[in-house]
Design a binder for this molecule. Sequence first.
Ligand code: AMP
Ligand code: ZN
Length: 134
Amino acid sequence: MPPCIFCKIIKGDIPCTKVYEDKEVFAFLDIKPVNPGHTLVIPKKHYVNIHDTPDELIGKVAIVAKKIADAILKLGAKGVNIAMNNGVVAGQSVFHAHMHVMPRYGKDSFSLWVGKEYDGNEREKVAEKIRTSL
Ligand code: AMP
Ligand code: ZN
């Protein structure tokens, strides 16, 4: 595995534009923002994504994401998307867990998914599978 780029950022081996840091959580600006202020919030310790990050730590990351979202809103954003891509097919490209905090102003390159329809009783069957899998 090549060295993790976000671990290098935390170590200070490559530069970033830091917006927040505490003992366990770090946040910096995304180099290719949806809009200016698009921030990545990460655990300092390396985890791949949401699935292997301990519950308590992902909770701390989420709390920092909320704080940053509040700050962005105070600065004039009209809304904020908070998202986490987990796995290649979900669009994850950096395999160090991170939450995106994306300021929204109305017109930008970000587009949300278009929902599909369920067939017959597929919806109830899927819900039952998820309930059983929990
Ligand atoms: P994801 O596709 O969810 O894994 O998001 C990874 C994000 O990391 C992308 O939005 C990239 O623009 C961002 N990114 C990659 N390298 C850097 C870097 N060196 N500094 C800041 N952001 C980065
Ligand atoms: Zn890492």
